[in-house]
Structures are given as C-alpha cells and as structure tokens.
Write a protein that binds this ligand. Sequence first.
Ligand code: NAI
Ligand code: PYR
Length: 366
Amino acid sequence: MIVGVPREVKADEYRVSLTPNGAEELSRAGHRVLVQTHAGDGSGISDEQYAAAGAEIVPATADVWGRANLIIKVKEPLPDEWPLMRPGQTLFTYFHFAADEKLTRAVMASGVTAVAYETIRDAKGGLPLLTPMSEVAGRMSIQEGAKFLERPFEGRGILLAGVPGVAPATVVVLGGGVVGANAARVAAGLGANVFLLDVNLDRLRYLDDVMPRNVTTLFSNRHNLLEVLPWADLVIGAVLIPGAKAPHLVRREDLKRMPPRAVVIDVAIDQGGCFETSRPTTHAKPTYMVDDIVHYCVTNMPGAVGRTSTYALTNATFPFALQLANKGADRAAHDNLGLAAGVSVRAGKVTNAAVAETFGYPLELL
Ligand SMILES: NC(=O)C1=CN([C@@H]2O[C@H](COP(=O)(O)OP(=O)(O)OC[C@H]3O[C@@H](n4cnc5c(N)ncnc54)[C@H](O)[C@@H]3O)[C@@H](O)[C@H]2O)C=CC1
Ligand SMILES: CC(=O)C(=O)O
C-alpha cells in the first residue's frame, strides 16, 4: 500500500497525522510512506526525522494525493482538496459530516472510502479516536475561557479562581462526557464553582463519585439549564450524539439570562454546536459577540497545541491506520466492527446511519 500524509491546510492546524515512529512501522510492514514536505513542522517534527524513518518526502500536495491509496489526515478535506480525492482511495481523518452537507456531497461524488476517526468504536462502545482530542479540548476550554473572561478580550473581567473575600466564577458544562469531565476537573482545580449537566444518569452517578466537591452534577433538561444560566460566567458546550448534528440546547433568547460579557466555549461546534448562536471560528479570530455574550467556536482547538495533540492523536489512530494499510478498507472493516463504525461513505453511498438521517439520504449497509 502507498500511504500518504499531506500537510494540513486548515487555518492554524499544527497537527500531523503520522509520527516518524508510525512511518517506521508502516515501512517495516512493507508499505511506502509519502510525507509532504513540512507536514510535521507545526508539531516540531522535521522532514529529516521522517526520512530517517523510511518515508519519502514529497514536495507537492497533488503528488501525495495522486500517488497514495491510503491518505491519512487530521482534519476534514477542505474545498481545495476535494478535486484531489480519487475513486478507490481511502481517506482516514476527522470528517464531522453531519455539520457540513457540502463536504458530505463532495466525498460521495469523489468515490473515496471515508473512514471517520470520530465514529470508530472500541469494545466498550467508546469513541477511542475522539477521546484524546476531547481530553485536549476539554482541558483547553477552561484555559481559553479564562482568557476570554478577561476584559481586554471582551469578557466580564472575572478571575475563575476568585481571591480571598471575592467569590470564584461559576462554570456550567453541558455534557459530561470526555470534554465535559476534563473541563469540569480543570475548572474545579482552579477553584471555580462548576455545574455539570448530562442526560445519562449512570454517567452522572460516576461523575458525582469522582469529581471534586466544587462540582455539582445536574440532570440536563430545559428547566435546570435555565436555572443555572443566570449564574454562569463561563459555559462549555460539550454535548455529543455520535455522528449526528448537536442539539441546540441554548437558544438565542436564553442568552439574555446570562450575565453580560459572559463567555461560551462551544467545543461541540465541529458537530454544528449546541448553542443556536454558534458559528465556526478559527484560532486567528476565535470569538465574536452575540447579545453581549462572547462566543468562542473554534473547530480545531487541539490544533493550537500541535505537539501534545499529534502524539495523543496518533497513539490512538495508528493501530487503525496500520490495519487499513495491511488489509485495505473493506477487509479491515470486515475484520474489525469498531473500525467498520468509522466507515461513513463508501463508493458514493452514505454508510453511517446518523449522517444518512441528518441529510435524509438513503443508508447503505456495509
Ligand atoms: N472543537 C474542537 O476542536 C473539538 C471538538 N470536540 C467535540 O466535542 C464534543 C463532545 O465530545 P466528547 O466529550 O468526546 O463526547 P462524549 O460522547 O464523551 O460526551 C458527550 C456527552 O453528551 C451527553 N449528552 C447528550 N445529549 C445531551 C443533552 N441533551 N444534554 C446534556 N448532555 C447530553 C452524553 O450523554 C455524553 O455524556 C463532540 O462534538 C466532539 O467532536 C472534541 C475535540 C475537539
Ligand atoms: C475532534 C476534532 O475535530 C479535532 O480534534 O479537531
């Protein structure tokens, strides 16, 4: 198999999809590895390190896409990359199809097999290729929230931790999965009062057991949400229904209940976001105001901490990349049901139920 690693093209995306260790293992397994020049720069990995691991350094994007049967990326292909996708090729990356119908149509039209990191399952039903980046984004959401609460960044001038004699901030976390739990723990560690909402009672029981005392768990329903919003200095959006568009839990009219210049960090923006007023932003211009509330909706938060994220991501993705390279997508999916859950589009047809339902497309069973 010829495995291609293009340089990421999304704004401020500093991750790369394969480390030199991965290149070495693929080469040892008999595959050819093409790495686009400077692909690893943002993560502090040089062309020389890839070359020493047996990879061929390729100057042009089009060459990588044109020669490789298996393309490994980090982020979804952007419009400039769409014409490069080829029938019969396998593309292994984050896609978040439900948030982007044009991307879904482009992938269907191209004939590639799209294996989405975010819907691959493990034996316990978890999402092992989403988890490491959710850990990064969850922790980062509080550091970003703390920054944008500062007045020079348009926030309400609140220090999350408070100081003796002045109350700490209140942080509301919507969704108590990986992002939510990591956000709650970091916020609590800084001394904030945290409310953590989820609809899964077993998950709430677990969180109630393991979280520090300044984290209060709440069942997620409209009533409880409206009760806590007036106290919220910072709200983290961390809800997920795998493969599907995120539900809009916070409506525009609800923003009026929040204190002026409070901050929302909608981590779930990659699946469309859980605030009605969310729209994707970039690290270069991460925030905008709606009704006096600061909105931060960066779709590739972990991209900003490329070095940590590249290693965390590839620890999880590499075993699946190796299976795809060794067996090809069809056999790899046949042999591994968890990997099969990642196959979202194949030969022009949608093979993921949540994506098919989101856009009303027919579902093709694998
Ligand atoms: N913007 C970015 O750069 C990044 C975004 N993400 C995104 O963050 C989101 C969350 O990811 P994870 O925490 O890994 O997912 P997860 O599956 O671990 O957690 C999601 C939680 O949401 C809960 N939930 C579902 N409906 C709910 C509702 N109505 N109210 C409250 N909770 C509800 C679920 O019970 C679950 O506990 C995903 O969309 C993921 O793609 C993850 C990493 C980076
Ligand atoms: C999960 C995702 O889309 C990211 O880490 O960029």
